[in-house]
Design a protein around this ligand. Structure first.
Ligand code: NAD
Length: 299
């Protein structure tokens, strides 16, 4: 599989390190990003940059996307200077979290041009993107899966979710709701314990060997909340987008989401108060303010 010509669009916090791994594996990359700053570290490694998605699709048979929102994915794929205008592209893989609806729309739009669509959202954050330890939730026709498997394995462990466009996205939304909910509810529990007089580190140590442990108490609290850094590396804007997509999807399917709706509101307030670029661990800062206590260790 070494030596393929691959397009990559969206070289941000996730796309940048993933593109770096493809370069490490010996592939030739053609890039597009609206931000020059995002491209800089990769340009230093001898890649080619283009002025539009269509430019990338005119030279690369396989194009990968790591973009922020459903609207942007749709515009990059089907817009005026979009991938569908390119004559060389045969397969597009979306690594972004953009929900099952846009996956279905874009898959149908690209199919008209005989371009295949793979949704392959990822989980594991920026450290996972750097190390190649992401979980990758893939949906596409089985034959396409077999063809793209070696490339996607560069990023981590693959899970085949089915052939229907958007199934990988549904898996990702379900996971990300849980990731966000874990921060919100753990912040409430920790604030209560600290205000009652427990040391935050002692409380965390108890939870992490007891039935309350979760991804927030195991990772986010020790690294980004007890330290007061709020620097996990995933923005409130993106987390709010994921949970919104998840709750909307649940509603469309007739699945009640009472807790999900509460998490959505906590994110809406965090977003309004600290801005879209704040870290999603700042959900805990919000709870701290409301509770009048800081979740820090005295030790
Ligand atoms: P990011 O904002 O750091 O990167 C997005 C990149 O897309 C930026 O470089 C931006 O300039 C570029 N971009 C925006 N509009 C564009 C356009 N029209 N054309 C070309 N490029 C454009 O975001 P990220 O954190 O890297 O996340 C990317 C995707 O991966 C999102 O869908 C996110 O939900 C998902 N994700 C992120 C994480 C994480 O921990 N950061 C983890 C898993 C999944």
């Amino acid at each position: 599989m070494a030596g393929q010509t691959i397009g990559f669009i969206g070289l941000g916090r996730m796309g940048g390190p993933m593109a770096g791994r493809l370069l490490d594996a010996g592939h030739t990359l053609h890039l597009y990003d609206t931000s020059k700053k995002a491209l800089e570290p990769l340009l230093a490694r001898g890649v080619t940059s283009h002025s539009s998605p269509a430019g990338v699709a005119a030279v690369a048979p396989l194009v990968l996307l790591s973009l922020p929102t459903p609207d942007i994915v749709q515009a990059v794929a089907l817009g005026e200077q979009g991938l569908a205008q390119g004559k060389v592209v045969k397969t597009v893989i979306d690594l972004s979290t953009t929900g099952p609806r846009v996956a279905a729309i874009v898959a149908a739009g690209l199919a008209e041009k005989k371009i295949g669509w793979v949704d392959a959202p990822v989980s594991g954050g920026v450290p996972g993107a750097r190390a190649g330890t992401l979980s990758v939730m893939v949906s596409c026709p089985k034959a396409t899966y077999t063809a793209v498997e070696p490339i996607l394995k560069t990023f981590g462990k693959l899970f085949f979710c089915g052939e229907k466009p958007g199934l990988g996205q549904s898996a990702k939304l379900a996971n990300n709701l849980l990731g966000a909910a874990a921060i919100a509810v753990s912040a409430e529990a920790m604030a209560m314990a600290v205000k009652a007089g427990l040391d935050a580190q002692v409380m965390l140590d108890i939870i992490n060997v007891s039935s309350g442990r979760n991804s927030a108490t195991l990772d986010k609290f020790p690294k980004s909340i007890l330290t007061g850094k709020f620097d996990w590396g995933f923005s409130t804007g993106l987390s709010y987008k994921d949970v919104r997509l998840c709750v909307d999807e649940a509603e469309a399917l007739g699945v009640p989401m009472v807790i999900g709706a509460a998490v959505r509101q906590i994110l809406a307030i965090t977003h309004a108060k600290y801005g879209p670029d704040s870290d999603f661990t700042e959900m805990a800062r919000l709870v701290e303010e409301w509770a009048g206590v800081e979740i820090r260790s005295k030790g």
